[in-house]
Ligand binder design. Structure first.
Ligand code: FAD
Length: 124
C-alpha cells in the first residue's frame, strides 16, 4: 500500500481472475474492510486480499446462497434436489476446473458450499 488511504466495500475495485472489478456484496465489504484496516496498520506487510466470493439473499420467498465467481454462463449441473421443486444444489463449472455453486431453497453449511467451488480433478 502506498500512501495512507484505503478503500473497502462497494466503492473499491480490485484485481482478480476476471480482471479489475468491484464485488458489491455484504461479505465482500467485510473481508475488504479487514484487509484495508490491516493495510493501514502494517503497510506493505499486510496480507493481500484473497476474495472468497459469497452472497446470500432471499427472493420471492426463496433463500439463495452462492459461492464462487459471477456472472456464470450456461446451464448448471444439478448436484442434488430438483430445481422445479424450488430446492436444488447447483454448480457451474469453469474452464480452470473451479466452479460457482448455488443453493436455492436448499440447506447447506457455507463451508460445504464453498468446497464445491474448488477445482474438480479431471477424470483419468
Ligand atoms: C437493495 C439492495 C439489496 C442488496 N441485497 C444484497 C444481498 O441480498 N446480499 C448481499 O450480499 N449484498 C446485497 N446488497 C449489497 C450490499 O448491501 C453492499 O454490497 C454492502 O452494503 C456494501 O457495504 P459498504 O459498507 O461498502 O457500503 P454501504 O453499506 O452502502 O455503506 C456506506 C455508508 O456510507 C454512508 N455514506 C455515504 N456517503 C457518505 C458521506 N458523504 N459521509 C458519511 N457517510 C456517508 C452511507 O449512508 C452508508 O451508511 C444489496 C444492496 C442493495 C442496494
Amino acid at each position: 500500500m502506498s500512501g495512507r488511504i484505503a478503500a473497502a466495500g462497494d466503492v473499491a475495485a480490485y484485481p482478480g481472475p476476471r480482471g479489475h472489478r468491484r464485488l458489491p456484496l455484504w461479505t465482500s465489504a467485510i473481508e475488504q474492510a479487514r484487509v484495508a484496516a490491516l493495510a493501514l496498520l502494517r503497510g506493505d506487510e499486510a496480507e493481500e486480499l484473497r476474495p472468497q466470493p459469497y452472497f446470500w439473499t432471499e427472493q420471492f420467498g426463496l433463500a439463495l446462497k452462492v459461492c464462487g465467481e459471477l456472472p456464470v454462463a450456461g446451464d448448471p449441473e444439478t448436484l442434488d434436489g430438483v430445481l422445479g421443486e424450488r430446492s436444488a444444489l447447483l454448480r457451474w463449472g469453469h474452464a480452470d476446473g473451479t466452479g460457482t455453486a448455488a443453493a436455492l431453497g436448499y440447506r447447506i453449511p457455507i463451508p460445504r458450499l464453498r468446497a464445491l467451488t474448488r477445482p474438480v480433478a479431471a477424470p483419468p
